[in-house]
Ligand binder design. Structure first.
Ligand code: AMP
Length: 279
């Protein structure tokens, strides 16, 4: 496994590959877990070589404290990637990516950016668009792999690839969960013992919502979810929404020709967790 921190070095290596070599790319912010590794495994199956980037992108954080506290486990990450035979890891510094100008470009994602995460994390998707486009430019992947854990992010990246005619196929991968249902996340290691023990409550709530949406309208389901969280001693609900998978617009009633998902964001103390479920 080769590890490069410089753009020029990774590009030199990628340019030296035989013509026709297919490149699969998995962008991450590190603190890797099995969810990330499942993306790498899929990329390995579908491409000749796999590049993983590890970069905690400052421009997608709306909260400095969250950026500072974002878990960093680079040695363990590299060991894990080596153990599953990843080919190339790209670990740039913010200066390498942004030089002296750590700023986002402004994107128009046809309104996808104003829903859910966009309402609560100002500038987040401009930061995501900026870094993903920059990494695509550097790595020039044939296929790029993203997890449904960040479902809105996948739709935004698909939109960016479509609008900017980027020559890359965006592949979505299912959510990996702990045995008790909690969606794997780098942030889970910041939970206290008590918060971690109660965290399956998030996925349980999504599953209940899924059953309820069979017979109830979205606003009734939302009321039930709000009630579940109202008296919870450890978790605060930030949002719960049932939305159309394609437009991400909120829906009220079920229409059998459309695909829906329920999305949730909660705070456990200062740790923010998100999850979603197909309905
Ligand atoms: P992150 O390091 O959190 O930016 O995540 C990097 C990629 O891994 C993103 O495409 C995420 O959606 C994906 N990912 C994170 N957690 C999971 C999970 N539990 N299951 C599947 N994919 C995930």
């Amino acid at each position: 496994m080769l590890v490069f921190a410089k753009i020029k070095s990774v590009q030199k290596k990628l340019k030296s590959l035989k013509n026709g070599t297919t490149i699969g790319f998995v962008p991450t912010m590190g603190a890797l877990h099995e969810g990330h590794l499942s993306l790498v495994e899929k990329a390995k199956k579908e491409n000749d070589i796999v590049v993983v980037s590890i970069f905690v992108n400052p421009t997608q954080f709306d909260n400095v404290e969250d950026l500072i506290n974002y878990p960093k486990t680079i040695d363990k990450d590299l060991e894990l990637l080596k153990s599953i035979f990843c080919d190339i890891v790209f670990t740039p510094t913010p200066e390498e990516i942004y030089a002296n100008d750590i700023q986002s470009q402004s994107f128009d994602f046809d309104g996808l950016e104003f829903q859910m995460e966009g309402k609560f994390r100002e500038g987040h998707f401009n930061g995501v668009g900026t870094i993903v486009e920059r990494l695509f430019e550097i790595v020039k992947p044939h296929k790029a792999y993203f997890g449904e854990k960040d479902f809105q992010q996948i739709q935004i990246i698909r939109k960016m690839a479509e609008k900017r005619n980027l020559p890359v196929q965006i592949i979505s991968c299912p959510i990996h969960r702990e045995n008790d249902g909690l969606a794997m996340s780098s942030r889970n290691i910041r939970l206290t013992k008590e918060q971690r023990a109660d965290a399956p409550f998030i996925y349980e709530t999504l599953n209940k919502a899924k059953i309820q949406f069979g017979t109830k309208n979205a606003s009734e389901v939302l009321k039930c979810v709000e009630n579940e969280f109202k008296n919870h001693p450890l978790f605060t609900l930030e949002y719960f929404e049932i939305a159309d998978e394609d437009t991400l617009l909120p829906v009220e009633t079920k229409n059998s020709t459309k695909k829906y998902r329920a999305f949730i964001a909660i705070f456990a103390g200062k740790v923010r967790l998100i999850d979603n479920i197909s309905l």
